[in-house]
Design a protein around this ligand. Structure first.
Ligand code: ATP
Length: 216
C-alpha cells in the first residue's frame, strides 16, 4: 500500500493492530471506535481519523470489521518486514531512544519496560511503558526479536538473562558492561562514554602537543 499517512498515525497503528488481533483471537468480529478508545486510551475522533487513512470507514451502528482492519494493518505495517523491538529502562537515554524514529530502518519499538511504578502505564511517542514484571508474558505474546538495554549497569545481566530465557534474539546494549549470552543470541555494544573518550584521545594524539624546543 502506498498511502501516505501522518507519522503520528503510523505510530498508533501497531497499537490498533495488536488490540484487533486480541479481539480476533477472542472471536469478536467487529468493534466500535468507542470500544477501541476505551481500551487503548485514545480519543474516538483520533481513532476514526487514523483508520480513515487506511480507507477503513466504520459504519454507524456497526463499527469496524475486525478481520478487514487486521488485513489492512498487516499489509501496511509489513509485519513480516518490520522488526519488532522492545526497550528496557526508560531513563534519560531510554526516553530519548523512544522518541527516535526507527521505522525508517524497518524496526519498530513496540513497548518499553521499567522497574519504576511511576512510569508504568505511561506512553512516550505512543509507545506503552509496562512494568518489568510483565516482560515474560509480553515476550511470549508478541515475540519481539530485539531488546534495547538502557538500564543501570548493575541490572543489565539479570535483565539479559530474563530476555534470553524469554527468547530474545538480539540485544543492543547501551550499558557500559560486557554481557554473558548464549552463542545464538547476538549482542551489539554501544558505549557512548567510551566512544567519546576514544574520539577525544585520537583528536589529542594528532595534535602536536608536548613538543618543546629540544624535540625540534
Ligand atoms: P540514563 O541517562 O542512563 O538513562 P538515568 O539517570 O535516567 O540514566 P538510570 O538510573 O540509569 O537512569 O536508570 C535508567 C532507567 O532504568 C530508569 O528509568 C530506572 O527506573 C530503570 N531501571 C532501573 N533498574 C531497573 C531494572 N532492574 N529493570 C528495569 N528498569 C530499571
Amino acid at each position: 500500500m502506498d498511502t501516505i499517512i501522518p507519522k503520528v498515525t503510523a505510530k498508533r497503528l501497531p497499537l490498533y493492530y495488536r488490540y484487533l488481533e486480541k479481539l480476533a483471537s477472542a472471536g469478536i468480529p467487529r468493534v466500535s471506535s468507542k470500544e477501541l478508545s476505551r481500551s487503548l486510551n485514545i480519543d474516538p475522533a483520533t481513532i476514526r481519523r487514523d483508520l480513515s487513512y487506511l480507507g477503513a470507514l466504520g459504519r454507524k451502528g456497526y463499527g469496524y470489521d475486525v478481520e478487514y482492519l487486521i488485513q489492512f494493518l498487516k499489509q501496511f505495517l509489513k509485519q513480516d518486514e518490520v522488526t519488532h523491538c522492545i526497550l528496557i529502562g526508560v531513563g534519560n537515554l531510554g526516553t530519548a531512544l523512544l522518541q527516535y524514529d526507527f521505522l525508517k530502518n524497518n524496526a519498530m519499538l513496540i513497548a518499553a519496560f521499567d522497574i519504576d511504578p511511576k512510569k508504568k502505564g505511561k506512553t512516550i511517542n505512543s509507545i506503552p511503558i509496562y512494568s518489568l514484571r510483565s516482560l515474560e508474558k509480553f515476550m511470549a505474546e508478541e515475540e519481539p526479536l530485539v531488546a534495547i538495554l538502557t538500564v543501570p549497569v548493575q541490572a543489565a545481566q539479570d535483565i539479559t538473562d530474563r530476555l534470553v530465557n524469554a527468547g530474545i534474539k538480539g540485544i543492543l546494549n547501551f550499558t557500559p558492561t560486557t554481557l554473558q549470552v548464549p552463542d545464538e543470541v547476538k549482542i551489539h555494544y554501544i558505549d557512548l562514554s567510551v566512544e567519546l573518550q576514544s574520539l577525544i584521545y585520537f583528536l589529542k594524539k594528532s595534535e602536536p602537543v608536548g613538543l618543546n624546543e629540544d624535540d625540534r
